[in-house]
Design a protein around this ligand. Sequence first.
Ligand SMILES: Nc1ncnc2c1ncn2[C@@H]1O[C@H](COP(=O)(O)OP(=O)(O)OP(=O)(O)O)[C@@H](O)[C@H]1O
Ligand SMILES: [Mg+2]
Length: 509
Amino acid sequence: MVVNKDFAVQMSGITKRFGTNTALDHVDLNVQKGSIHAILGENGAGKTTLMNILYGLYQPDEGEIYLQGEKVDMKNPNVAIAHGIGMVHQHFMLVENFTVAENIILGQETCKAAGILDMKKARQTVNELVEAYGLEVDPDALISDISVGMQQRVEILKALYRGADVLILDEPTAVLTPQEIKDLMGIMQRLVRAGKTIIIITHKLKEIKASSDFCTIIRRGKWIQTVSLIEVDENKLADMMVGHAVKLKVEKGPAHPGATIFKMEGVHAKDARGVKALNDLNLELRCGEIYGLAGVDGNGQKELVEVITNLRKTDEGKIIMNGEEIQNTTTRNTMNHKISTIHEDREKRGLVPDFTVEENVVLDTYMKEPFSQKGLLKFKPIEEETVQLIHDYDIRPDHCEKDPIRGLSGGNQQKVIIAREIANDPDLLIAVQPTRGLDVGAIENVHRMLVEERDKGKAVLLISLELDEVMSVADRIGVIYDGHIQGEFKQGEVDEKTIGLLMAGGSIS
Ligand SMILES: Nc1ncnc2c1ncn2[C@@H]1O[C@H](COP(=O)(O)OP(=O)(O)OP(=O)(O)O)[C@@H](O)[C@H]1O
Ligand SMILES: [Mg+2]
């Protein structure tokens, strides 16, 4: 590799091992100044690890880093920040009960004489940044009161406040709504125009194609290629990433729906703030059918799942599974009625990060045979089950059954949850954003598995903010708006425009 000062960042021969697992194997990365450079690779390929090394969070076992031709020893994030590197992590690191401005200046506070915090100056600096890059936020709002998209802006502002010239964004769009994604793309363009360099990790090929100049592909810890995005299309990107041709379309036969297994009748419920979130919601799910729920985030999807799983009180109405009412009982009762849920927030609802993969696999079933007998855990069956799931669901690295799950890459953690919930053999599988953070190959697998569950005669409720996903996977599509089902269609009976209209609260008559 030739060291050249026109590159904002050059990483050369980076190798990183975790125990016996080589996460990165002599990877090179050359990022041109003022460009948007995407990093693409399957779940567990090593993308986050590579960026954590650039940001000084991990030390490489081999390899060097050059910034504009100068070799830098990234001992820790302070060194990285001092050299103008900023990173927005996938999981934000904000203080919830601080304001936007307080979060931005945290750790870099300017003080007046006698050590008193100069909030006026801080607010002014924040406002200048907001104006310069079109990153509108309210400096006085509390973090806990603003949307995820806004929180992300705060993270970007925080990096800019620390003088970042190179901004690393790790899966920034995974948590955003389609509108927020559009806004972020605009912000990225403005940053680049102002001379900043952006390195972005994302699994969304469409976004890479639309936003980036270059893309480096990593496969299983190895550098594969760096391409200019003028030269390749989405299919080519997917193939390079996985190493073989990927179908970007869902393949499935027609559904053969059976009896209604699950019903919600006139359900009303409030959200966490006591505001009405479900408003006379009626829903019927049938065996052998995938029901896709489309809707803009915040229209009751979260509360819908919470009332079914008994994490939230139902104020009025009935929730009936297999002929029995389950509303206002317990989460255990929901599970005993053979309802499994892939929750939206895997950190909060899906996993115990410090537990091993094995322990996470039997979280709901450890007290049942064959995993325990006479009140004692049986370790052998637990291990066998986990090894089987790791194999069936292509969870990487292999042999991770005894590792704490927090060491797995985000996408592989997601695969563990999906494997566990399907292995619990539910009659109704609720999948909320099941493919969030997954690579295109893994997405194909998850979609196939949902179809397989359907073909086994199970009912599947797919809740997704991605309209494409709902339209292509679901057999029947419902639109939720303001806590109410606004319309229902069979697949193929409706176009995206109509669904979009209903999602925005319009009506068709
Ligand atoms: N702190 C850690 N301890 C042990 N192993 C780790 C640690 N961090 C990463 N790894 C391993 O390094 C490999 C690469 O993980 P990384 O998180 O970089 O993947 P990724 O490409 O970002 O995947 P994803 O798309 O799923 O986020 C994985 O095999 C992962 O298990
Ligand atoms: Mg990652």
